[in-house]
Each structure stands twice: as structure tokens, then as C-alpha cells.
Design a protein around this ligand. Structure first.
Ligand code: M6R
Length: 608
């Protein structure tokens, strides 16, 4: 969602702020701005609706040699995307950029007498509140920010500057990430460590409830209650190459094609084909604790939720004594759900910052249930707050549409299920086919991507002008269908929904007509014949069916078939999902859309 950058040092601040904001573009935004300060405190504030490129053109006319400043990309919550609603907000001496939502901003606004507000945002109210405590520089900026934050309800990551002291930036967080980059003679601020790459690899991740006062050579951190915090400097693990397109036209295609390698990283050192065992160190549960687990709660949003649903089918197949409940974080956080004893919660998030998922994690922890993160972003809030975890290690996922994370999240959760099954003494004859297929998946994924990249491009041309699509599957192919439909709708804006095949006759069959195509996932297996009968029902009503199958003898008179030849059986839906990813990608490209940054969406949903 919104992005924050800040700089204080000896170099040109505008240069870092713009390059940093470009790195954060992928998170989704609709307006942007920067404020820089010269040594005397004279501020230059430049904002624009639209893209960073527009901001750059404006800045070219306002080029400054200022050595300190803050910048922001805004994803509108309160007030439309516009220049006046863009950050930084300036009130009196205060300049502020803010991620998150100030829930009690109306109340605060009513109490702030004598201020005239220019924007419709909650953030401008926070800037005014800080200014009211700052009193033209009578009090230190950090104290003024602390006083203001004590009155705030909601979430924030903020960077604040004053034209009275342009050598200092004050940053604070509650629910929205902030990283401080420690350089040589410079200090950098970002809401995502990727903005710091190329400048420094040394970072301090601020925790909720902390406030830092930074200048070019110092970082001083305290809690809002004035307790000093000793800063832990960590190495940023991502490298620059991982956040570049590497010759691909879009990050989305790069990330789809990266899956053989990214899944290998997920499996590295964890799957052993000599003893046919899975070894996961991260969750930190003893053999005895694993043996006692009777219930799993899997929490996530969007693609992470679908990965959880898929994993649940597998875990239930090989560990009959366990029940698995997969929940949507935004719903679960407000349910009065009782979690039974002997449960473990899996908290699934690529970014590790999703507000609803994080809120569930905190609620679940209050019930004393062990929490295990299935997270990609290293050092993210969820990764730091869970009791144990398994990083999926897929590297940065830049495109808003999640692809490589899905594959690895699903497999990582299946591996966690396998560790429970091993501890419970489930026969190795039952577990071995899963472990063997997981080990083979990277190679099989590569073969499928190589074989079907071009054919899916062609097929997408034929279907790109449909307005509606139905994705269908049963059993493990059902969550895969849900994920396929989500991919199509979010990047091609085609209205796509997923149904379990068995549900067709309970309503959705009424939809079948020439405005729709049906994307049918038909993995070979126990339920294959039943799914085929359902396809026949669709065909009998004139449906336009694309069938994706690994069945050798497939002779249904569908409009198109994608026949995958593979030795993978149980995990075939994971391969079928690759077809859905390529199909959605090429449809969006064919329609000429911004595939990496689809309209209205943000990569990391840090507000509720
Ligand atoms: O970072 P997270 O995994 O917590 O994100 C969850 C969802 O916001 C995310 O998967 C979203 O649904 C993707 N845009 C789907 O492609």
C-alpha cells in the first residue's frame, strides 16, 4: 500500500527519495510527493496525482541540492487520489508522511482549534496535532510526536520533519512497517527494505510502539513511554538483482517463470529423499508437541488463504487424526472463535505485513495457541511476532498478483503437515508419495512452464474478450480453481468466479451461456469421472470449456485442452495452477493492462 522514504546525509535527497519511491511502486499507489529541506530549513514540497514519473517531471523543474527530506506514495483511503490529498502534509512547521489509518481523526480534528485543513485526509489531522504540541519549535520534535501519538487510535508508520530542524527525521510505527537504513554518513528511512538496496545493507527494523530520532550519524530509539531501546542492526538479505525484471517484460512473468528455483529454495535442506523425511527447524515444536497436535487453524487473505485451503486437503489426506480449519483473516479476527486445546495456528502471508492477518495472529496468541508463520518477507512484522516459522524463501515478489508465493506457501504447509504426521507415526508408505512428489515438483514445474508458455499466450488471445469466467475443480483442484479465478480477475478485470464442480447444479449452472467460458481443472484420480460428468453437463448447455488435465486418454469435446504429461499425480493441481497463472497473465497483456500494478490494488494490504 502506501510507501514511505526518508533521507538525511550528504547526498542529494531528491535522488534517493525518487529512486526509493520507484522501488515501492509495486506496492500500489495513486499519488506521490516529496518534501526536501536546505540547510536553513527552507522546504520544497512537490506532490502529484498519478505516477512517480509525473512526480519526476515536476521535480525536474524544482531541482534542489537539499540533503534531507521525506517522500511518500499514497494509496487512497480517506479522500480521493489528488494532489492536495497526497503526502507529505504540511501544517505549520511540520511535514509528515503517514501509512495506516488514524481511526479517531474526526474527534481529533474537532479538538484542533485554529487549524484550517486543506485535504480530506486523516494524515493531515495528525500533522496538525503534532504541530499543536511542537509550538513553533518550543518543544523538541520527538516530544511533540510522542504527545500526539499518545492521543491517536489506529495504525501508523510515520516520518516527520520540521523546517526548524532540517537535520532530523522522527519516525514511529504502530502496525505499519518502517526500516531505518544505516549508511556511512547518511541515514535512510523506508517502509520496505527493498528501497534501501544499493545504498546500505544494514537495517534497523522498528517495532510497534517505538519512535526513533535519526540524523545523518545517529539513530536514537525509545518507546512511546520514553524507555530507551537498543537498536539491533540486521543485514538485509535481499539483493538488487532480485528486484529487477531481468529481461522480462513484467515482474509477473518473471515471477511465474522463477517458480522452479523459488520452490527449490523453499525445499532446500527440508526434504530428504534418502530417509524420505521432512525436516523443518523453524517451527520450533518438539516431537512430543507435534505428536499432540489435533487441530490446525490456517489464517490468511487472498492467495495466502487459497494456499491454506489447498494444503488443508493434503494434510487431511495423510493425517486422518487432525482437523484443519482454514479461515479468512478479515472475518476470523472478529469471530468469537474458540480454538480447542492442542491446536497450532499457521499464519500465512507473503508480505508478513497484512493488517488482518497480523490482527488474527495477535488474537490467537492471546488464547495461548502456538503460532507458526508461513511467511516470505524476512524480518516482517508477522515473521517477528510468531512463535516459530517456516520462511518460504521465494525472494521478493514484486507483482501485485501473487504467484510464486502461492506455490511455495502451499508446499511449505504440506511439509508442516508431514512433520506432524511423521511425529504421530503415520506409516512412511502413506507419507512417501507426497514427499517424493514434493521433491520432484521443481523439475516438473520447469517442464510445464517451458512447454506451455507459448501455447497459453495463443489461447489467451481467443478468450481475452469474454466478460465472465467460471473456474471449476473438485477436491485439491477446487482451491486451485479459486486461485486461478482470483488471478484472472485481479489482473484482467474479467469477472471470474470459482465453484466446486459439485455445486454447479445448485445454482451456477444457470450462468452458462455465450458470455462465459469455463476453466475446468481435471486432475486424474478418484473424483476424475465425477468431474468429467460435471463438464458434460456444462457442454450439454453450450458451455465454452477449457479443460486442464493430466489424464492421458482425454476425449471430451471441449473447446480447448491443456494436457499435462507428468509423473506427478497427487500434486497435479499445483502444476495446473501454473497454466492458470500463464493464462491470466497473457489475457491481461492481450488487453493492454498494467499487469504488475492492477488498478485499485496494493501489494501489501497494511490497512483493514
Ligand atoms: O502478503 P499477503 O500474503 O498477506 O497478502 C495476502 C493477499 O493480499 C494477497 O495474496 C492478494 O490476494 C494477492 N494480490 C493475490 O494475488
Amino acid at each position: 500500500m502506501c510507501g514511505i522514504v526518508g533521507y538525511v546525509g550528504d547526498k542529494n535527497a531528491q535522488d534517493f527519495l525518487v529512486s526509493g519511491l520507484k522501488r515501492l511502486e509495486y506496492r500500489g499507489y495513486d499519488s506521490a510527493g516529496v518534501a526536501t529541506f536546505d540547510e536553513s530549513g527552507k522546504a520544497t514540497l512537490v506532490k502529484t496525482k498519478g505516477k512517480i514519473a509525473d512526480l519526476e517531471s515536476k521535480l525536474a523543474r524544482e531541482r534542489r541540492e537539499d540533503k534531507a527530506g521525506i517522500g511518500h506514495t499514497r494509496w487512497a483511503t480517506h479522500g480521493e487520489p489528488s494532489e492536495v490529498n497526497a503526502h507529505p502534509h504540511q501544517v505549520g512547521d511540520i511535514y509528515l508522511v503517514h501509512n495506516g489509518i488514524i481511526e479517531n481523526y474526526k474527534e481529533l480534528k474537532d479538538q484542533l482549534k485554529g487549524y484550517e485543513f486543506k485535504s480530506e485526509t486523516d494524515s493531515e489531522v495528525l500533522a496538525a496535532l503534532i504541530d499543536s504540541f511542537y509550538k513553533n519549535g518550543e518543544y523538541p520534535l520527538t516530544n511533540a510526536v510522542v504527545q500526539a501519538l499518545k492521543l491517536v487510535k489506529g495504525t501508523y508508520g510515520i516520518a516527520v520533519m520540521s523546517d526548524k530542524n532540517p537535520d532530523e527525521i522522527v519516525v514511529a510505527r504502530a502496525g505499519s512497517p518502517l526500516v531505518i537504513g544505516v549508511g556511512h554518513g547518511e541515514t535512510l528511512i523506508a517502509s520496505d527494505a527493498s528501497a534501501l538496496l544499493g545504498h546500505t545493507k544494514q537495517a534497523i527494523y522498528l517495532n510497534d510502539g517505538e519512535i526513533a530520532t535519526v540524523s545523518k550519524n545517529s539513530v536514537e530509539i525509545k518507546t512511546l513511554n520514553a524507555e530507551p531501546v537498543s537498536a539491533k542492526v540486521e543485514e538485509i538479505e535481499t539483493n538488487l538483482a532480485a528486484i529487477q525484471k531481468d529481461g522480462y517484460e513484467h515482474f509477473l512473468l518473471k515471477e511465474i517463470m522463477e517458480q522452479p528455483e523459488s520452490l527449490k529454495e523453499t525445499l532446500r535442506g527440508r526434504v530428504n529423499t534418502r530417509d524420505w523425511m521432512v525436516h523443518l527447524g523453524g517451527p520450533g515444536l518438539t516431537e512430543g508437541e507435534l505428536r499432540k497436535v489435533k487441530h490446525l487453524v490456517i489464517v490468511g487473505c487472498g492467495t495466502a488463504y487459497h494456499a491454506g485451503l489447498l494444503a488443508a486437503y493434503y494434510i487431511e489426506q495423510f493425517t486422518p487424526e487432525i482437523t484443519v480449519e482454514v479461515v479468512i483473516a478479515s472475518e476470523y479476527r472478529y469471530r468469537q472463535a474458540y480454538i480447542p486445546r492442542d491446536s497450532v495456528a499457521l499464519i500465512v502471508s507473503q508480505s508478513g505485513e497484512t493488517a488482518d492477518t497480523l490482527a488474527c495472529l495477535r488474537e490467537i496468541k492471546k488464547q495461548g495457541v502456538p503460532t507458526i508463520g508461513i511467511v516470505n518477507a524476512i524480518g516482517s512484522t508477522i515473521a517477528r511476532e510468531v512463535d516459530g516459522g517456516t520462511y518460504v524463501h521465494v525472494g521478493p515478489e514484486i507483482s501485485v498478483a501473487s504467484t510464486k508465493a502461492f506455490t511455495s506457501q502451499a508446499v511449505a504447509m504440506v511439509m508442516f503437515g508431514l512433520t506432524i504426521a511423521q511425529a504421530k507415526g503415520v506409516r512412511s508408505g502413506i507419507l512417501r508419495p507426497y514427499i517424493s512428489e514434493i521433491a520432484k515438483l521443481p523439475e516438473e514445474i520447469k517442464r510445464v512452464l517451458d512447454e506451455f508458455n507459448e501455447p497459453m499466450q495463443e489461447m489467451a488471445q481467443k478468450y481475452k474478450d469474454y466478460d465472465h469466467a467460471i473456474y471449476l475443480g473438485r477436491d485439491t483442484a477446487y482451491p486451485t480453481a479459486m486461485e486461478g479465478a482470483l488471478k484472472l480477475k485481479e489482473i484482467s478485470y474479467i469477472d471470474a468466479n470459482a465453484y466446486a464442480f459439485g455445486e454447479l447444479k445448485h445454482g451456477p449452472l444457470a450462468l452458462v451461456d455465450d458470455r462465459f467460458f469455463e476453466f475446468a481443472l481435471l486432475p486424474e484420480g478418484e473424483l476424475y469421472d465425477k468431474a468429467v460428468s460435471n463438464v458434460q453437463e456444462v457442454l450439454a448447455r453450450g458451455g465454452h470449456v477449457i479443460a486442464v488435465t493430466n489424464k492421458k486418454e482425454f476425449d471430451l469435446p471441449v473447446e480447448d485442452v491443456v494436457k499435462i504429461t507428468t509423473s506427478i499425480e497427487l500434486m497435479a493441481p499445483i502444476l495446473m495452477n501454473l497454466i492458470a497463472q500463464l493464462f491470466a497473465y497473457y489475457i491481461a497483456v492481450g488487453k493492454g493492462y498494467d499487469v504488475d500494478q492492477p488498478r485499485n490494488l496494493a501489494k501489501s494490504v497494511t490497512v483493514e
